[in-house]
Design a binder for this molecule. Structure first.
Ligand SMILES: NC(=O)N[C@H]1NC(=O)NC1=O
Length: 174
């Protein structure tokens, strides 16, 4: 999809197509529509990033809380968003053995208990062993470090989702 086409979209279509580039946060997409025209895809990405950075810390934590656990209840129940389902499958999180699954559940709970938001990592850039290792290591961090780290990961997920929508000929939601 050409950037000129993106810029020409009415907000209903823009939100419909790009509303989940940040998981379950269509308000971000709806807000950056006002910043059109974007000179390029990275400019659209930068506008999203700036919006996120402008939020208070509670808002950033809110974004993290919109993310499903990795290999969690939503995956088991089939209630993940399409994007998250594909990302988690790509990292092999839909085929954990029982030892891996129980370790993931225990560490996810420990992480949420400690920080009050879920562990977020760009699943497409990691495999399951790496995710488990980072989950265990990041449980040891300070809350502010983890908040910032989680937001960095949200931005990586967003970049890959945007690229998937704009740089491919994948059918969009129009
Ligand atoms: N918890 C978490 O990191 N979830 C996200 N990660 C990712 O790549 N897709 C998601 O939904």
């Amino acid at each position: 999809m050409d950037i000129n086409l993106v810029n020409a979209l009415p907000y209903e279509d823009f939100v419909n197509i790009f509303g989940n580039v940040v998981e379950k946060c269509p308000i971000i997409t709806a807000s950056v529509w006002s910043k059109r025209p974007f000179v390029s895809l990275p400019a659209l990405e930068a506008a999203i990033s700036e919006f996120i950075d402008s939020l208070p810390e509670s808002g950033k934590e809110g974004i993290l809380r919109c993310h499903p656990d990795l290999a969690g209840r939503d995956l088991q129940r089939g209630t993940l968003t399409l994007e998250s389902r594909e990302e988690q499958a790509r990292a092999g999180l839909d085929s954990l053995n029982s030892a891996e699954a129980s370790r993931m559940t225990r560490l996810n709970e420990e992480y949420k208990e400690r920080f009050g938001f879920p562990f977020v990592i760009c699943a497409r850039m990691n495999d399951k062993a790496n995710i488990l290792r980072q989950l265990s290591e990041r449980c040891q961090n300070e809350r502010a470090v983890e908040r910032a780290r989680g937001i960095e990961e949200v931005k990586k997920i967003c970049r890959l989702r945007l690229q998937g929508l704009v740089l491919t000929d994948a059918p969009n939601k129009l």
